[in-house]
Design a protein around this ligand. Sequence first.
Ligand code: DGL
Length: 273
Amino acid sequence: MNDCAIGVFDSGLGGLTCVKELNRLVPNENIIYFGDTARVPYGTRSRETILEYAEQDINFIKKHNAKLIIAACGTVSSVLDADKKTAGNIPFTGVLLPAAQAACKLTKNGRIGVIGTPATINSGAYVKAIKNIRPDVSVTGNACPLFVPLVEYGFTDRNEPITKLAVEKYLAPIKAAGVDVLILGCTHYPIIRDAIADYMGNTVALISPSSEAAKYALSLLTEKNMLSERSGTGRNIYYTSDSVELFEENAHAFLGNTINGEVHKVGIDELIS
Ligand code: DGL
């Protein structure tokens, strides 16, 4: 039994899709979330910069005495070692391995698609992780750089013409490859899941790495006997490196409801000290 919080971080708001899933699966757990909204996006930056930011994010979460750290960011997860299991002495997971495992289990025709930020796709990390689990599977990947801004600016409705156009452009090669499973390899993408599902059709299963990471967190904490035995609902505390007001305003789309906890500002100087 362990009543410390689960720590979750992302480059911005996308990781809130993981918080939403954790709140559903383990509602009595406390959660500390950090969204680096002042420096989002990470997905168009160099590997070195992403690694530097990730280290600062992890150190920030560590200061809050978390019992498990989740990098709820496809970009960070793909530049870190996929087998990274600890941050110091704290259990750690990214979203990549849980998603790759779920995709390998689910595919029937052995063809998996992956979409993500340029950094995620260019890293080749998904292909490597999937091939490690199932060498027989083929993987078709494509970077979708316009998806994050479309989500950030609220073009999320399945009938939004600009979103439909971007979906068609980025997903055409994946559809042509005949995949039966598609990994939404960036934690922003579940927000435009409907538009993606409409284009891919109902024979293609969509995997949200945030949901898979939350399920993985539950099994890991169960296995290590580290789940909280708190009888009431846990507390969510959010930290953002940019405006608290903007965070509160935009979090709704990712959490599916208004923000359920206090939000605090963290200065970048605090992250790098
Ligand atoms: N949430 C980030 C990810 O999962 C996308 C935004 C970014 O580029 O930082 O990759």
